[in-house]
Design a protein around this ligand. Structure first.
Ligand SMILES: *[C@@H]1O[C@H](CO)[C@@H](O)[C@H](O)[C@H]1NC(C)=O
Ligand SMILES: *[C@@H]1O[C@H](CO)[C@@H](O)[C@H](O)[C@H]1NC(C)=O
Ligand SMILES: *[C@@H]1O[C@H](CO)[C@@H](O)[C@H](O)[C@H]1NC(C)=O
Length: 246
């Protein structure tokens, strides 16, 4: 995913850099442990060059899939730690420009402020004969970027997958397990997860996303992830202060 992916990749790096300037503070190391990729490192066997061939869901009804979803499980080939909570998506189809827009929001699970970060992604449907296959409209991401609805019953659960190929890098692959309600039965979760290993997804990196107490999150001063980064230094300092409080 574009913004999401970008935020997930750039934000930790930026904060890490800020922290390197702050390492005299004894609390910096503790904060780093929560948030960096260095805390827990497991060898990945799920990195591939090419995106898998995917057959999107058949007889797909786009309109029924739209609306609000909770992301109850999340996988990304770039992420090794379960960092997020309160991840939500809202899908909308505009008949005007025939685009699908997904608004998403989430928090960092360890953020004591529980500040809601938001973004959106827009796709087009290259072939209305297969409406479960979407392509990125934004051109910022080099390479091919496809999204597939793998399965959904529209009323309770859904599973979508994104894949992007990049020159000289492993492909970027992510999967979202969606639920209309904050929780989803274990049997459905198992049923949906089992659809992923055939696309070289290592399920040990697919994490449950905590959906508890997500109703009163702190609104970002601006709904733009960039603004969050610009204010990053301030936030890091605040986080350290808060974590340090007895
Ligand atoms: C997406 O988010 C924007 C800004 O928060 C909001 O104005 C818009 O109505 C949302 N769209 C949908 C489909 O939820
Ligand atoms: C998507 O995000 C951009 C920038 O973050 C914003 O300008 C735009 O209004 C958003 N669109 C929707 C539909 O939320
Ligand atoms: C989920 O989040 C809630 C609220 O922050 C927290 O109390 C709970 O311990 C979390 N559950 C797990 C399994 O991490």
């Amino acid at each position: 995913m574009l913004l999401w992916h970008w935020v997930a990749q750039v934000l930790p790096l930026l904060l890490l850099q800020l922290l390197l300037d702050l390492t005299e503070l004894p609390s910096a190391a503790a904060w780093l442990k929560f948030n960096s990729y260095t805390a827990l490192s497991k060898k990945r066997t799920d990195l591939r060059k090419k995106c898998p061939k995917v057959r999107a869901i058949r007889n797909f009804d786009l309109e029924l899939m739209m609306g609000n979803w909770h992301v109850v499980q999340y996988y990304a080939s770039t992420e090794e730690l379960p960092e997020y909570a309160c991840m939500r998506s809202n899908f909308a189809f505009s008949s005007e420009d025939q685009h699908i827009t997904m608004n998403f929001s989430y928090i960092y699970a360890e953020d004591p402020l529980r500040e809601k970060l938001q973004g959106n992604i827009t796709w087009l449907i290259p072939d209305f004969g297969t409406p479960g296959h979407w392509m990125h409209t934004e051109d910022i991401y080099e390479g091919i970027y496809n999204t597939y609805v793998l399965d959904t019953d529209y009323q309770n659960w859904g599973l979508i997958m994104h894949c992007a190929e990049k020159k000289k890098h492993p492909r970027y692959l992510s999967a979202l397990l969606l639920s209309r309600q904050p929780t989803l039965g274990d049997n459905v979760i198992t049923f949906l997860r089992e659809k992923l290993p055939r696309y070289d997804i290592d399920l040990s990196f697919m994490f449950a996303i905590n959906q508890t107490s997500c109703e009163h999150l702190m609104e970002s001063s601006k709904d733009d992830p960039l603004a969050y980064i610009v204010n990053g230094q301030q936030r890091v300092a605040d986080n350290i202060k808060l974590i340090n409080k007895p």
